[in-house]
Design a protein around this ligand. Sequence first.
Ligand code: APR
Length: 315
Amino acid sequence: MARKKIALVGAGQIGGTMALVLAQKQLGDVVLIDIPMTEGMPKGKALDIMEGRSVMGTSCNLSGSTNYDDIAGADVVIVTAGVPRKPGMSRDDLLGINCGVIKDVGLKIKELAPNAFVIVITNPLDAMVYNMQKVTGFDSSKVIGMAGVLDSSRLACFVAMELGVSAEDVKAIVMGGHGDTMVSLYDCVSVGGIPLPQLMSKEKFDELAARTANAGGEIVSLLVRGSAFYSPATSAIKMAEAYLLDKKSVLTCAVKLNDEYQGKGKGLYCGVPCVIGANGVEKIFEVKMNDAEMAAFEKSIEACKKNAEWVDANT
Ligand code: APR
């Protein structure tokens, strides 16, 4: 069986980290594509990882390119192309610039990789993945946004730190848009199978949920020159792996909603738990929420709607 081809459009901080993780996990051959200030950047990153393969024990091939045509025939395309946040900026401040980038990239994917599973990471996430699906015209099961996996992992990390337990034993669900309105679900956190309400007060959980909603901003203010990249990269690879290995993984991702959740987000991209396998998004789960959580989720859907309307009006 031929190796899978994974195209990473955007070879910056997240793109470079994804290339390394993909090589380590031997998920396929990788092409890094960028339109950088310095012509050699994607080639340099690819070669750098290639030169470490003997030590890593991997045989995947990596290449770098400044030509979008090298997307051709990709099985998976992961898009980070665009501009990241600087301190003081919200994700929404990136809307205008990154919308044009997604359009250029999306048209190329449509032409050259029509069977690809497309994962969008570029912010503002919910609007960019909405735009990507619109531009490519691909079935919505094949176009998905990476946000909920990361936000849920951040919440799980904070819960694990608070309880002094292993982060790998904590599972969480953070739904809604990838912004200030995201919704952390108290009853859906599991600590090695034990429901969180048995181990932590709601007041403490609310503090951790607030930190989760601001977690991206916390990293931006620490890094100053960019936004988070290690955990976004590993989150996206978790999604790509679920697709490539037909894992049927249950992951919270930005997906296009239809009649789920009483049709409240119909036609919009928003973060909800879903099953990812060889057919892309194979199922969307409807989580039971209490009234306060449902109200917060509806508010988050409104935020996604506002940005999607901006995309519709300006593209
Ligand atoms: N085509 C290809 N690459 C592009 C284009 C384009 N039209 N426009 C910008 N790029 C490249 C930049 O040259 C840069 O190398 O996208 C890369 C983005 O990388 P970084 O600036 O390092 O940003 P990163 O931290 O990887 O984040 C990328 O993901 O989380 C989001 O908000 C974040 O939107 C940002 C994206």
